[in-house]
Every structure is written in structure tokens, then in C-alpha cells.
Design a protein around this ligand. Structure first.
Ligand code: PEP
Ligand code: MN
Length: 415
């Protein structure tokens, strides 16, 4: 594979340490195919008193390298550089130095003021996940930014093991890639924390389909002022890129198989309710069909079984009336408000309201306060898990011609 791979490669030192260092690393990473040069000007530090970067001076070095090597610049913005600066002025300072991509680091991943200011300025942002944020929180932070100018950077989470510095679970990478909401930039350096692990985890992520990489590179890793343990040399970076481009190529070639995997059909199932009065009849019709049975639900005698969807047709062909249960409030899955569509044997659909006041009163039950006097109640006090019996009761009261012994209610099973 060649340097014109479509992988978005970002590389450079953790911190910009001198003009010489930036120029030297820029030349090296450019030669290996990087499109962005990284380098921290303002460094977030865990401990107070530690060196915090060359700040404005570092922006000048980055700008110089940008022009000389035709690289884009990605660097972290922490916020206003001093107390009488606004967020907007901090952003403008970066723009004056031709910063192409504003990195928001793990420690600022939920900094609402910073994110809002970047969103209002509509500047391109590389948003890292927080030290311990959920995917929903990460997407929530991203929603403050310009959608079409945002990339997400997966940098693992604080997991306090001594293997990798920040654990990155690969299911999250798969989910981010499949969601396809933002380009995903993978940060093997901060995940690994150790240079010898950078190679393998990079190749794994590229094979999974991430859109790009951000890698810490330094020609003298041990002398690196920050994150020295995870920096790789330019030579290592070249080898890494050779494999990364090959893995990217393989990933693209396998897109068809991935599509086919995603669209392959899997057998669908429904959950049917078996009442003691009629379950022997139902079972005899199901016969050889594989069923997965569940014990009675708490507080009720209702049995249920998961069966392939075509069992419904089989039951209908054998003279059963079937009824599809649904929630009135799809989404909140409030089990106290269900409906049933009866697919009657004459193919006429009867739509019934469950939990009619009558049905409930027939069993001496109490209605929820909001529902007295109505046909349908929004909730029922004190009968969790009891819904199906109520629905059968409603059928009995509302549709007297239906033979309850020949009625099977089912619910589509959704994963
Ligand atoms: C960095 O990129 O050097 C950095 C500080 O990363 P993070 O915010 O992921 O810790
Ligand atoms: Mn770093």
C-alpha cells in the first residue's frame, strides 16, 4: 500500500518541545504519509507544578512546520490561556496560528463552556472520549460541536491495570464504526501507554474500520518531556504505517463480506402465552417446532414460550385465533397499557383495548387514579407481570364469540 491511502493519519510528539524537534518530526511523519502533525502546546497535566507546555511559542513552531511540510496541525485547546481571555479569544489565537483541528482532550471531554465555544465558532474539532465517559455522554458532548467538522478520538478509559494505560474495549470501536456518525480517529499511544503495544492495537483497529490514527512519535522517545513511555521512533512509525495501510486495504476489500454479514437474515421469533387450560392443544400443534420455554412469571401462572414466527401461521391453520399483543406506548414499554389485534379465523382483525374497567372489576382489581371510568387504563396498581391474564379477560368480555380455549396471544420478539 502506498502513501495515498485514505487513512487520516496524524502523528507527532506528545508535546512541542522546540522548533528543531517539531521540524524534524514533521519531516519524518510527512515522509511516512501523515496528513496532520500533532504536538501539544498547552499540556493538560495530572499533577500541579508539572511543566505545562511552551504554549504560544509552540503554536509558532507548529505553524512554521505546517507551511514548510504542507501538513495540517492538530493541537489541544484547554481553554482561555489566561484569566482575562475569553474562550473566543483563545480560539482566535489558535486560528491566527493556522491550527486546522482543535483537539479536546480526555480531561475536557465534558467541558460544556469549551465545547459550546468551539461549536459556536464552527471550528473543526477532534473530540476525545473522557477518562470515564459513556458512549452516550461522548455523543452528547459532540452534539455541542459542528456536526460536519467533528471527529471522535478513541483514547481508552482509565482502568487502573498495569497492562495498558487506558483500556479500550473493542466493542465500542465496532459500535462507533457501525454508527458512522463521525469519522473515528484511533489513538493507540494513550491506550497502550507502552510503545511495544502500539503496533498490534493499531492494526486491530484499522482492520475494524476506524477512519484514522493519531500516534505519538519522537526521534528520541526516552528524552520526550511527556508520555515518553509510549512514544515510538520515526522508524517504528514507518513500519507501523506500512502495515496500517495494508490493513486498511484489507478492510476496504472486505466491505462486501461485512455488508452481507450485516444483512444476513436470522430466524425471527415470537413469544406466545400458554394458558394451563389450553396449552396441551397448542403444544400438540407446535409438535416438532423447537420452543424455548420459560417458567411462570412471578405472581402469575402464565407460561410462555419463544417459538419461530411461522408457528403463528401453523396455529391459525389449525383453527386457533391468534392475537398480536402490542404496547400502546411503544418506546416506554409500559406493560400496563397493551393492546391486542385478534387475527380472527375469518381474517377480520378485531382491535381490542385491554384492561377495560370491566375486566379489571371482574377480578376485583383497583384501577389507577387516572383511569377510572375509561375503557383503557394507563396503569394498574399492584399487578406487575399480570398483563396477559388481563388481556385474555378483556377478550372474553369484549369479544364474546371468540373461543378462549382456541386463542393464542403472542408478542413479536425484538432483540
Ligand atoms: C495527548 O494527546 O497528549 C493527551 C493529553 O491526550 P488525552 O487527552 O487523551 O490524555
Ligand atoms: Mn500524550
Amino acid at each position: 500500500m502506498t502513501l495515498d491511502s485514505d487513512l487520516i493519519v496524524m502523528a507527532g510528539p506528545c508535546s512541542a518541545e522546540s522548533e528543531h524537534q517539531i521540524m524534524r518530526v514533521a519531516e519524518e511523519v510527512k515522509g511516512a504519509g501523515a496528513k496532520y502533525l500533532r504536538g501539544g502546546a498547552w499540556k493538560p497535566r495530572t499533577k500541579g507544578g508539572d511543566w505545562e507546555g511552551y504554549k504560544k511559542e509552540a503554536l509558532q513552531w507548529l505553524q512554521k512546520a505546517r507551511r514548510q511540510f504542507d501538513l495540517k496541525i492538530v493541537t489541544e485547546i484547554l481553554g482561555p490561556a489566561d484569566s482575562d481571555m475569553t474562550f473566543r479569544e483563545a480560539i482566535d489565537l489558535f486560528l491566527q496560528h493556522e491550527v486546522d483541528l482543535f483537539q479536546v482532550g480526555a480531561r475536557n471531554a465534558q467541558n460544556q463552556e469549551l465545547l459550546n465555544a468551539l461549536g459556536e465558532a464552527r471550528v473543526p474539532v477532534l473530540l476525545k472520549n473522557g477518562m470515564n465517559t459513556t458512549l452516550a455522554e461522548w455523543y452528547g458532548s459532540a452534539s455541542r460541536l459542528a456536526q460536519d467538522r467533528t471527529m471522535l478520538c478513541a483514547r481508552g478509559k482509565n482502568n487502573e491495570t498495569d497492562i495498558a494505560r487506558n483500556g479500550q474495549d473493542i466493542a465500542t470501536i465496532a459500535k462507533l464504526v457501525n454508527d458512522g456518525k463521525y469519522p473515528i480517529i484511533f489513538d493507540p499511544s494513550h491506550i497502550a501507554g507502552k510503545r511495544e503495544l502500539v503496533y498490534d492495537i493499531t492494526i486491530g483497529a484499522v482492520a475494524m474500520g476506524v477512519d484514522g490514527l493519531i500516534v505519538e512519535v519522537h526521534y528520541d522517545p526516552i528524552a520526550s518531556r511527556t508520555d515518553s513511555r509510549q512514544a515510538i521512533t520515526p522508524e517504528q512509525f514507518r513500519h507501523l504505517m506500512t502495515s496500517a495501510y495494508a490493513a486498511r486495504h484489507m478492510h476496504l476489500e472486505q466491505r462486501v463480506a461485512k455488508e452481507r454479514f450485516a444483512h444476513a437474515s436470522i430466524p425471527q421469533h415470537v413469544d406466545i402465552y400458554l394458558r394451563p387450560e389450553s396449552d396441551a392443544d397448542v403444544r400438540s400443534v407446535l409438535g416438532d417446532i423447537t420452543t424455548k420455554e420459560y417458567p411462570p412469571q412471578k405472581k402469575t401462572k402464565i407460561l410462555w414460550a419463544r417459538v419461530p414466527s411461522n408457528s403463528v401461521q401453523r396455529l391459525e391453520a389449525n383453527g386457533f385465533t391468534t392475537g398480536k399483543l402490542f404496547y400502546y406506548h411503544e418506546g416506554d414499554r409500559d406493560p400496563s397499557a397493551e393492546g391486542a389485534n385478534l387475527n380472527s379465523t375469518g381474517s377480520r382483525e378485531i382491535h381490542i383495548s385491554p384492561y377495560s374497567g370491566e375486566a379489571l372489576k371482574a377480578t376485583g382489581r383497583k384501577l389507577g387514579p387516572a383511569s377510572e371510568g375509561r375503557d383503557r387504563v394507563e396503569y394498574v396498581n399492584g399487578f406487575p407481570g399480570d398483563r396477559v391474564r388481563d388481556t385474555f379477560l378483556t377478550v372474553q368480555l369484549r369479544v364474546p364469540q371468540v373461543n378462549l380455549d382456541r386463542l393464542v396471544l403472542y408478542r413479536p420478539f425484538k432483540e
